[in-house]
Ligand binder design. Structure first.
Ligand code: HEC
Length: 274
């Protein structure tokens, strides 16, 4: 089985933005144990573990895989885990530790088990296969692995730091060729998170998220995969070069974004911070 791993990556980010053929409206956030959505196996916007227990949405994960497993796919071992951002939405599964193939992972996501609710009632099999192909390709290094892009640090060190070995110069050229048309030459044409970030200020604070956006595209938007390398290694280098380039606060300023930019010495960009 070879699912479409690019689409799979966008489904991992936000499957309901890419496809919603079965009219699933998740249980609303913060309604303290009351399932009040639409669709799904019980018709109330919940999905069920294998024992029939519903996964409620009280913390607002909205059944996005990135909220259930983390942007780096590593669950409790990753950036959303207890030692870093400590997100309550994690299911406790490290997807990169999955030992099987993509077909077996698609089966697991379709049917659910004690740790993962069944997505079969709300997602197409082909989409589950695409998603599983994405996970397995990242695990096997056929796509960039998040640990080749950033390493985890302590919360006092802002949780992560980009790894060495990037060429910010090449990243700047790639940006000019591939991104300027939509994001503007300095990345301020569109702001993100309701005006909170420019592209640069976002990448300097959330590269653990942006690697996935650049690799797979932004769900439900015109932005598709932006890397062109033939191997995981080449794609990793493109991502790292772009992320290093975006660490330049003069070339990619905050613009009119409402959230402050990173200060001098912020550890996330490491030696790439300008
Ligand atoms: C075809 C137009 C297009 C191209 C080309 C494009 N983008 Fe995007 N990008 C978008 C759109 C549209 C969004 C979604 C904006 C939104 O709705 O928040 C987006 C979102 C993003 C995000 C997500 C930010 C967030 O907070 O969610 C990142 C990161 C990003 N783009 C980086 C890049 C980089 C780097 C390149 C070049 C390698 C690039 N984009 C090329 C259109 C494009």
């Amino acid at each position: 089985m070879a699912g479409d791993d690019e689409r799979g990556g966008r489904l991992f980010d936000s499957w309901r933005s890419e496809a919603n053929p079965r009219q699933f409206e998740p249980d609303a956030k913060g309604t303290a144990g009351v399932p009040d959505g639409k669709g799904g196996p019980r018709g109330d916007g919940t999905l069920l573990f294998a024992d029939g227990r519903p996964l409620l949405n009280d913390e607002g994960h909205d059944y996005r895989f990135k909220n259930l497993f983390g942007w780096d796919l590593r669950g409790p071992a990753g950036i959303y885990g207890p030692a870093q951002q400590n997100k309550k939405s994690l299911l406790g599964v490290d997807l990169l530790a999955w030992p099987g193939d993509a077909t077996a992972l698609a089966d697991r996501l379709e049917k659910g088990d004690a740790q993962i609710p069944a997505f079969g009632p709300v997602m197409e099999r082909s989409d589950l296969e695409a998603l599983a192909s994405f996970v397995v390709a990242v695990r096997d290094g056929k796509l960039p692995r998040p640990d080749q892009l950033f390493r985890l640090t302590s919360p006092a060190q802002q949780n992560y730091a980009l790894v060495e070995g990037a060429s910010a110069e090449r990243g700047k050229q790639l940006y000019a060729q591939r991104c300027t048309g939509c994001h503007g030459a300095d990345g301020t044409r569109m702001l993100f998170d309701k005006g909170a970030y420019s592209l640069g200020s976002h990448a300097r604070q959330k590269a653990y998220e942006d690697w996935a956006k650049i690799l797979n595209g932004h769900p439900g938007s015109a932005m598709k995969r932006q890397v062109r390398g033939a191997t995981g290694k080449e794609m990793t280098q493109e991502l790292l070069d772009l992320l290093a380039a975006l660490c330049d606060r003069s070339a990619f300023p905050r613009g009119t974004a409402s959230q402050p930019d990173v200060p001098d010495g912020d550890p996330r960009c490491g030696g790439y911070l300008r």
